[in-house]
Design a protein around this ligand. Structure first.
Ligand code: ATP
Ligand code: MG
Length: 442
């Protein structure tokens, strides 16, 4: 993409209500624009990152055997009345009436709808297990929308729902999603810690929240230090799921809601970590909480009808955009992990109109594009300082700086955004270097 053709409305001033880094940088870098409280327009740069995160979430869901579908944002109140949640959910639910006075709502989550869908098709244990997911906008009329997309009212969520014949099988589904979450967050460049959680309004028996540690997080967390640097489990065979889950949840990890100070005190002093965290995912096993009132049953192998055992599994896809920035930025701007960067590299032309510089930039741009790096070429007629600041702000992992002086000696400068390291090399070497960096990631 050529910057001269792109829509990148940067802000010079930081809006006063943006108190945390991710909110500030997302506004300044032209990623989002607030339309009304907690409701955002995703501008091209923000949209690109959102879609990359979504794609990684999708790939890991697919790898875990979940099947993608899409449910509507607008739901009938009937499903919710059947489960009793229509009244229980409270003012966070946006209730709507259509022209025929029928009660609708903008979905804050989808357990009720998907249980209704599932019971209408599935009758036999032979059709189980099943795990379905979608990536869809939700609306919750939050009391205090804040921190930009981190606590929005309209937000994008991946929500998966598992359907099993019995508790053992349902727990396997839960463990599978648990592993998928660890793998997903690792690919996003995040260290997310699973913490035993309260089941809240979703209800049920077993629940974990996944939190990334950040000073600006809304939750207080208490955990064993060793959990933070644990590597992702990768692919886990079915017969190893339970053991791996136990291993991963043996150490103390709780948010303020579930915190037991006496238990935390048993963690060795030098391993106690109390910090703040951002909830980026939440998984639940809730058995027949919805299938019982909705009579979602299947006939078992013994010919008897049983309630379907269910779980649900959410990832805050749009919250993750802010969460990743909270975890990865400096005073100059965002530092994108390679996996979600909106463009693979930036090319800075320091002397637009200079024949050699223009030609070198065009050559690098063409070759990087061909290599699949998706570069952003700053071909605007601005001063160098402005270009450097802009490129640092939007946080692309690599910058290639092309100026007349270096080119005389056949060199350009490559800057790695995360480390600030600058290296001089030939244009071709710069292309090879960046391409190799992305190949080693894949
Ligand atoms: P929170 O405790 O932050 O209010 P929640 O427990 O209500 O979240 P869940 O119902 O577990 O949220 O939803 C699944 C995921 O959706 C959460 O882990 C979070 O990442 C994301 N999420 C929830 N509410 C919001 C919101 N208002 N804005 C952005 N993302 C959200
Ligand atoms: Mg939650």
């Amino acid at each position: 993409m050529r910057l001269s053709r792109y829509f990148l409305p940067l802000l010079k001033e930081t809006p006063a209500d943006a108190t945390i880094a991710s909110h500030r940088f997302m506004l300044r870098a032209g990623m989002v624009k607030q339309d009304s409280a907690g409701i955002y327009i995703w501008l091209p740069l923000g949209h690109k990152v959102l879609k990359k995160i979504e794609q990684i979430v999708r790939e890991e869901q697919n790898r875990a055997g979940a099947v993608e579908m899409l449910m509507p944002t607008i739901q009938s109140a009937n499903h919710w009345k059947e489960t009793g949640r229509y009244d229980a959910y409270g003012p966070e639910m946006l209730r709507i009436k259509d022209r025929g006075d029928r009660e609708l709502l903008y979905g804050p989550t989808n357990e009720d709808m998907i249980t209704d869908m599932f019971r209408s098709f599935v009758r036999s244990y032979k059709d189980l297990p099943q795990c379905l997911y979608h990536i869809q906008w939700k609306f919750r009329d939050e009391r205090r929308p804040r921190f930009g997309v981190m606590r929005g009212r309209e937000f994008l969520m991946k929500d998966a729902y598992s359907f099993d014949i019995d508790a053992d099988s349902a727990k396997q589904a839960y463990y599978r999603q648990f592993m998928a979450y660890l793998n997903t967050f690792a690919r996003l460049g995040l260290k997310a810690v699973p913490m035993r959680a309260d089941t809240g309004p979703i209800g049920g028996d077993l629940s974990h929240e996944f939190l990334i540690l950040a000073e600006t997080g809304e939750s207080e967390v208490f955990c064993h230090k060793d959990l933070v640097d644990m590597a992702a489990p990768g692919e886990v065979a079915d017969d190893a799921l339970e053991a791996t889950f136990k291993e991963r949840t043996a150490l103390y990890a709780r948010t303020d809601e579930m915190h037991v100070p006496e238990d935390f005190a048993k963690v060795p002093d030098d391993k106690q970590l109390s910090a703040r965290g951002i909830e980026v995912g939440h998984i639940f096993y809730f058995g027949d909480k919805y299938s019982a009132p909705m009579k979602a049953q299947v006939t078992g192998a013994d010919g008897k009808n049983v309630n379907i055992q269910m779980g649900s599994y959410g990832v805050g896809v749009s919250r993750l955009v802010g969460g990743i920035i909270e975890a990865s930025h400096d005073e100059n701007g965002i530092i994108w992990p390679k996996s979600v960067a909106p463009f693979g590299a930036g090319i800075i032309n320091l002397k637009l109109g200079n024949e050699e510089v223009d030609a070198a930039c065009e050559g690098i741009y063409a070759k990087l594009s061909k290599a699949g790096i998706d570069p952003l070429y700053d071909d605007k007629n601005d001063r160098g300082g402005q270009k450097f600041a802009r490129m640092d702000l939007i946080g692309l992992p690599y910058q290639i700086v092309v100026g007349p002086r270096g080119l005389k000696n056949g060199i350009v400068e490559v800057k790695t955004r995360a480390t600030g390291k600058r290296q001089e090399m030939s244009p071709q070497a710069a292309i090879n270097f960046i391409t190799a960096e992305y190949e080693s990631e894949a």
